[in-house]
Design a protein around this ligand. Structure first.
Ligand SMILES: NC(=O)N[C@@H](CC(=O)O)C(=O)O
Ligand SMILES: [Zn+2]
Ligand SMILES: [Zn+2]
Length: 348
């Protein structure tokens, strides 16, 4: 098998990113813009981004915080609630700047308190999205207390996603941050309108990372890391060349104090090195030739957006990740903190 010293690909996009807001956002946005041309920006701020007007204002704050040299396009999203109307979908579509809407089952993850409690009642909104050609992005976990946290994704697929696809056929759906073999086979056997994003952490780690040799809060995210057999299924899907699996980091920075407490927040921060971490995965799988499809082609194709023109080069050259990055009035601990990564992006 060829051992590439470097690899050049079309500049990638991140189809699932948390940028937060204010000074913290200003500290992290440049790290994503360094590698990605565009990113789907998640709307789970406090309070959430529920109207087109709020999404456009958030977009302006992101653009204002970008380093002058960076060309980076934030693709905005709306946070669906029980009160979202079909008219709001039309406004979002007409703005030309809102790319998708996000469904958080209420209580499923970080800042999802205002999420949807009654998904069947959302049908008129989902139909308006289908007419607008606007994808529905889904955090796919049930919140039922009786369901084990490691089973919440497969149960969501059977209880919620399968019926939803039947009720609104033709709606484009992205099952975000898939973590299980069940999700992979559901997407593979699903309609052409169903896709999934995969994170670097779910490709690189299994649940041992959280629990072996001490409890490691920086590996805690939702959906939680799963068994090794699930990780292997994700690697197979990502590196297979299948066009309905693509890159979405779910980089979700939290101030170090909110991760390392008695009740730590869910979310891993990977924006400092996301593409480099994906390169490791594809390299280990002997599939570097397929990185470009996963990182740069399948996403825009599914969203119906143009592919990027610029190119980016990754070099096989280890570097040590800092212990932390600035994050507003605090710090954020990055994935692989104080450890090495085998690839780096060529500076231009
Ligand atoms: N993934 C996470 O563990 N956390 C995300 C929310 C999410 O994507 O579910 C966050 O906003 O912190
Ligand atoms: Zn999520
Ligand atoms: Zn997320």
């Amino acid at each position: 098998m060829a051992q590439y010293a470097s690899i050049e690909i079309i500049r990638p996009d991140d189809w699932h990113l948390h940028l937060r807001d204010g000074a913290a956002m200003a500290d992290v946005v440049g790290l994503s813009a360094r590698q990605f041309a565009r990113a789907i920006v998640m709307p789970n701020l406090k309070p959430p981004v529920v109207t087109t007007e709020q999404a456009l204002a958030y977009r302006e704050r992101i653009l204002a915080a970008l380093p002058a040299s960076r060309d980076f396009e934030p693709l905005m999203t709306l946070y669906l609630t029980d009160r979202t109307t079909p008219e709001e979908i039309t406004r979002a579509k007409d703005s030309g700047l809102v790319a998708a809407c996000k469904l958080y089952p209420a209580g499923a993850t970080t800042n999802s308190e205002s999420g949807v409690t009654d998904i069947p009642r959302l049908k008129p909104v989902l139909e308006a999205m289908r007419e607008a050609g606007m994808p529905l992005l889904v955090h796919g976990e049930v919140t039922d207390e009786a369901i084990d946290i490691f089973d919440r994704e497969p149960v969501f697929i059977e209880r919620v996603l399968r019926p939803l696809i039947d009720q609104v056929p033709g709606l484009r759906i992205v099952l975000e941050h898939v973590t299980t073999a069940e999700a992979v086979s559901f997407v593979r056997s699903g309609p052409e309108t169903l896709a999934a994003t995969i994170t670097p952490h779910h490709l690189l780690y299994n649940r041992n990372a959280i629990l072996v040799g001490g409890i490691r809060p920086h590996f805690y995210c939702l959906p939680v890391l799963k068994r090794e057999r699930h990780r292997l299924a994700l690697v197979e899907a990502a590196t297979s060349g299948h066009p309905r699996f693509f890159l979405g980091t779910d980089s979700a920075p939290h101030a170090v104090g909110s991760k390392e407490g008695r009740c730590g927040c869910a979310g891993l921060f990977s924006a400092h090195a996301a593409l480099e971490l994906y390169a490791e995965v594809f390299d280990q799988a002997g599939a570097l030739e397929r990185l470009e499809g996963f990182a740069s082609l399948h996403g825009p194709d599914f969203y119906g957006l143009p592919r990027n023109q610029a190119r980016i080069r990754l070099i096989r050259e280890p570097w040590t990740v800092p212990e932390s990055y600035a994050f507003g009035d605090s710090q954020v601990v990055p994935m692989r903190a104080a450890e090495t990564i085998g690839w780096r992006i060529e500076r231009r």
